[in-house]
Design a protein around this ligand. Structure first.
Ligand code: SF4
Length: 210
């Protein structure tokens, strides 16, 4: 198995329960809900994406021939020590490429392996942290994990229908869009109205990290 990686870099996790943790972000190229081309955005299944996941030309990106080769790359980016090694695998949609061979290789180097997925594909086995971010109008097959992160507001999603899914944490994150203030108000309102939901903000953007 080879892997196409858009970018791979060291940062602080900015979202969700693990916000603030040092992590290598491994962003796979490609998504099953949008091509990544602006001309396709209006007709895409997911049309509010704030991420460039097309190609392999980002910082630390490239094509990797094996799980071992990609793991060595992640390890080099982590840089020092084996304590609390964390890799967050995202995209695009990571489940298009992530397999057990890569999870095993990363575990072998002492990494905890977290994923951020749109939930339309089943998660591979052996993961340490599963974050699902559902998109309106899609069929979510991954309905259990550690954290459900709802980008809000999204027409076509009723948060009360998600509350029975098998997650430990239910997070609402204001959509990063032109109507930022209204999105923040809507996210705050959801967390205030329904205590199952906790507000999460994109802390990495506040502190100027990628
Ligand atoms: S599912 Fe995620 S990566 Fe894919 S287009 Fe939507 S926000 Fe972007």
């Amino acid at each position: 198995m080879s892997y196409a990686v858009k970018e791979c870099f060291l940062t602080l996790q900015g979202e969700g329960v693990q916000s603030g943790a040092r992590a290598v972000f491994l962003r796979f190229a490609g998504c099953n809900l949008w091509s990544g081309r602006e001309q396709d955005r209006a007709t895409a299944q997911c049309n509010f994406c704030d991420t460039d996941f097309a190609g392999t030309d980002g910082e630390g990106g490239g094509k990797f021939a094996s799980a071992e080769e990609l793991t060595a790359h992640v390890e080099a980016i982590w840089g020092h020590g084996r304590d609390r090694r964390l890799v967050v695998i995202t995209g695009g949609e990571p489940m298009l490429q992530l397999d057990e061979a890569l999870v095993d290789a990363l575990h072998g180097c002492g990494f905890r392996v977290a994923v951020e997925t749109n939930g339309t594909l089943p998660a591979v086995g052996g993961l340490d942290w599963i974050c699902v971010s559902p998109k309106a109008g899609t069929e979510i097959v991954q309905r259990q994990g550690d954290e459900l992160k709802l980008v809000w507001p999204q027409a076509g999603i009723d948060p009360t229908e998600l509350e029975g899914w098998g997650f430990d944490h239910f997070l609402v994150q204001p959509m990063d869009c032109a109507e930022r203030e209204q999105a923040l108000d809507a996210a705050v309102k959801l967390a205030m109205d329904r205590p199952k939901w906790r507000l999460t903000l994109q802390a990495h953007k506040v502190v100027g990290l990628p």
